[in-house]
Design a binder for this molecule. Structure first.
Ligand code: PHE
Length: 336
């Protein structure tokens, strides 16, 4: 007898109730009124000898309850499986957009500047960010101890009074004028983009590093008229054909005469209003500079200019704080 119950118990536990049909078949096999196996056993109870009847009846009822439990369990499980959506691929959903990044506004501005001057035959030259006194100052006609050196507060790596002193973070891109002219004979027609460093107090409008583009053109017969023309072309390309531009006399040791160039910035709120904004420095290359690099100033003349890329980008994109360029905050960068 115990064996019979044990075999039945194992069969009940092992039945795989993985579909509604399987559950139905299971219920019929055990509980159906006609030939269900549990039903048969229940029918036998009255004929079991009285001293075994109680134990027999208990066993049968335990098995019956187990069959019912398994059926309830399986039904519940199949019901949730039916109502929970399967993790399928939904081809109608929009795709996930890849992060593409964008071009930094300084790079973009520089690319535009390169394009304008490139179309007028200017090559791109570069030079080191760590310079010596000769290239950053002396060859550019800043005499030693001349107050013009104080126009740019400088980061020295070696103080000027040391034997190999005067090593510094370049304060402008003009030293590359010297390097270009030292490396090959005239004519020259280059622009020089690059980083420069100054000991500025940091604020919305100045930072300890920034970027410049230098321009240099030296050939026979180059005049101030050529300088004005190329700068006008440049200003129109970057700020629009109706840009108003003026030359304001200024001083740089390495150009003579020298000027600063301003453009007129209309006030969007007031048609009569606006102001002049300085965008670059320029002038005719000083004969002393040509002599320093052994170019004959009687035969060759030239012009040079230098502009801050940040200044131009801030005007074009209406950026109010120079520090935004260096923080790499995606919320700023993704606007370009
Ligand atoms: N180097 C100058 C500056 O940094 C700009 C400049 C370049 C002026 C070339 C004249 C000619 O202020």
């Amino acid at each position: 007898m115990p064996d019979q119950f044990e075999a039945l118990r194992q069969a009940i536990e092992a039945a795989p109730l993985d579909s509604e049909e399987a559950v139905d078949r299971f219920r019929i096999a055990y509980l159906s009124r006609k030939q269900g196996r549990i039903t048969e056993l229940l029918k036998q109870i009255p004929s079991v000898p009285p001293d075994e009847r109680k134990a027999f009846g208990r066993q049968v009822n335990l098995l019956k309850r187990r069959v019912e439990e398994r059926i309830e369990e399986a039904k519940a499980r199949l019901r949730t499986a039916r109502t929970t959506p399967k993790p399928e691929i939904d081809l109608t959903l929009p795709g996930r957009r890849p992060l593409t990044g964008s071009i930094h506004p300084l790079t973009r501005t520089l690319e535009d500047i390169k394009r304008v001057f490139g179309s007028y035959g200017f090559d791109v030259a570069e030079g080191p960010e760590i310079e010596d006194d000769w290239h950053n100052f002396t060859a550019l006609n800043f005499p030693p101890d001349h107050p013009a050196r104080d126009m740019q507060d400088t980061f020295f790596l070696e103080p000027p009074d040391r034997p190999h002193g005067g090593i510094l973070l370049r304060t402008h891109t003009s030293p590359v004028q010297i390097r270009v002219m030292e490396s090959q004979p005239p004519p020259y027609r280059v622009i020089v983009p690059g980083r420069v460093y100054r000991n500025e107090s940091i604020s919305y409008k100045s930072y300890c590093l920034f970027h410049q583009v230098e321009g240099l053109c030296v050939d026979e017969g180059v005049t101030l008229g050529d300088l004005k023309q190329i700068l006008h072309v440049f200003a129109r390309a970057l700020f629009g054909d109706d840009v108003k531009m003026r030359f304001r006399p200024s001083f740089f040791p390495f150009t003579e005469p020298s000027a600063e160039v301003d453009i007129w910035w209309p006030d969007p709120a007031d048609p009569a209003g606006g102001r002049w904004l300085e965008i670059l420095g320029c002038g005719m290359v000083d004969p002393n500079v040509l002599e320093a690099v052994n170019v004959d100033p009687e035969r060759y003349t030239g012009y040079a200019f230098g502009m801050g890329i940040e200044r131009i980008a801030m005007l074009r994109y209406d950026i109010k704080d120079i520090r935004l360029f260096y923080e790499n905050d995606v919320r700023f960068l993704e606007q370009f």
